[in-house]
Design a protein around this ligand. Structure first.
Ligand SMILES: [Zn+2]
Length: 100
């Protein structure tokens, strides 16, 4: 029997990626909702970050290194949140299966 994993409740609605128009796999809410697919998240978002971070008078070299440390921490924090959410959803699904 193949296990059908549940779709996370907080999964983004089916919307197109802001960059390529393919189906987005994630959404970020700010003043506007931004939808992005996995491919563009990897290919485009790091470039957007590099363009957006403010630099100091050193041409940006040290500033970019400083931001990279912060970006790494934020990335791994988000990964942990995503994995813990997935684990919670799987546990709910397993609990529902065993109670039926
Ligand atoms: Zn895309």
């Amino acid at each position: 029997m193949r296990i059908q994993y549940p779709r996370p409740e907080e999964a983004p609605p089916a919307k197109p990626c802001f960059n390529c128009g393919d189906l987005a796999s994630a959404m970020w809410s700010g003043r506007q909702d931004v939808y992005v697919c996995g491919e563009c998240a990897v290919a485009i978002l790091p470039k957007l970050i590099a363009d957006a971070v403010p630099t100091k008078g050193d041409g940006g070299t040290q500033t970019f290194r400083d931001h990279l440390t912060e970006i790494h921490a934020g990335y791994w924090y988000a990964v942990a949140c995503r994995l813990s959410g997935t684990i919670c959803e799987l546990q709910k699904w397993i609990d529902n299966q065993s109670s039926e």
